[in-house]
Write a protein that binds this ligand. Sequence first.
Ligand code: ARG
Length: 588
Amino acid sequence: MFHPLTARIDAILRDTFSALGLPTAHACAVACGRPELADFQCNGAMPTAKMLGRQPRDIAAALTAHLSTRPEFFAVSSAGPGFINMRIAPSLLAEAAAELLHDEHLGVADQGHGQLAVIDFGGPNVAKPLHVGHLRSLVIGESLRRMLKAQGWRVIADAHLGDWGLQMGMLTSALRRRQPELPWFAPVFQAAGQVAAPVTLDELERLYPAAAEACRVDPERMAEARADTAALQAGDPGLRDLWRALRTLSLQAQQRDFSALGVTFDLLLGESDVQPAIAPMIEDLCRRGIAVESDAALIIDVARPGDGKALPPLLLAKQDGASLYATTDLATLLQRTAQLGAKRVLYVVDQRQLLHFEQVFRAAAKAGWSADVELRHIGFGTVNGVDGKPYKTRQGGVARLADLLDAAVEKAAERIDDSGYGADLAPAAKADLARQVGMAAVKFADLSGDRLSGYVFDLDRLVSFEGRTGPYLQYACVRIRSVLRKAAESGEVVGAAVPEVRAECELLLACLAFPEAVAEAVRLYQPGVLAEYAFGLAQRFSRFYAECPVLGAAIVTQRASRLAMCHLTGMVLARSLELLGIDVPERM
Ligand code: ARG
């Protein structure tokens, strides 16, 4: 069982405060913002002095004197108005490192206790290829899925396919114009078992934008699309069958993109799947007076007193009865909580849908469906081009996700060739390496920083082996593994990590902070916290490796200790990358 360093220090601080007759409310430590001064600091002397009407410096001095006698610290000093700075004793670092290494979860605490979290991400629409806008949802969603699992949650990842809107009617009506003789359009549809879609994927992907454009400029086409949508939703057998075939076709392509990105789903439910639940839900909401009629539509008033700007009501049903995005989301939410038993539902969706989710969550709360459930919209900013505007292809169109990923892999292959790494690799192995490096570059950039801000998709920078990049982290991991492999080949033993010099202490401190980095990343739903942590760890390792010879160390116990440090760092770094969804190549 791993005891985080902060918890150990907090316990010591509480003892010390009590021993001096001080209240323990502020007996806690934080990592020191200036590692050149201290490992941890306690800022509790100031508020404690205030509580007691005493001088903070006096209290800090008394605490410092007391703490200095503890074997867990190497040095304790007070500074400024009453800060207490602490350096951890190497023996405690050694003990904690051994504990971390032997903890099967690498110190990550069980927070979920088997409760269910549903993560809604990806959200592609039928007939539209995945584009750059889906990248972040997939990458961030997958990382959250992995982190929550690591924290002991049972996780269901659901793509919530957009398969039920007007776009389906646009497609079928365009097909009808093109090939009215198709069996699906016959007055009486003869089901002939599973029939393949009447178009290829390429055609489908061209058909949709053309149909949407036609509907936009031609009211007659739009009327046809609406009529088809209504007929489909009313259960027309021909249209239903055609819809199923088109959905399958486009899902196949989307699944290729998912797997290229290493993203997995437990459920691929669509908006269509929840339609049967909508009428009973609306009935219930009307009966309880939560949904009310307004201008021939049904709405739920979600405004609350104290809202700065009045939140518009959620539109539950329009006069024509067509299903709406929010209605579908509300019914899906009810299934997730009432039927699946989710205690957490996370929606990893573009920040521009903020209002939509606020409305849905408030409506759910009003209906009493989310009393003990955490509902969160995990928004994110846009992927931008080097010009700082939303990323577009050179022709100015929306970039397909598959093309974007291909470009990253191609750039990675170039870099690998330039650097000479891959010179002795067989072509297939080299292609594999390029794929892993390209994906790491894209994912790390996407996960870094605050998810709410956009970022610039600049392949030249992302696919670099230096700096804050995915490939740099992969390389750090591979390097550690190669040191360990060499050590094993020459019969070296991995001992216990006992730090002697500063670079070693700092490396172990960084490793020991891993569980907290994961906890913080999940608490804020910011994988960027873990990404930054991993980068910091890799940097500490570089410094350690530059200053402390490992296999070149003269004394055998020192070699064994430093190998243990390499081993622990390698495990922590690999686990961090795994939680970010980044693969580590065998070699590089
Ligand atoms: N298909 C939607 C879109 O393209 C995204 C779905 C997000 N998830 C949700 N439960 N609304 O905007």
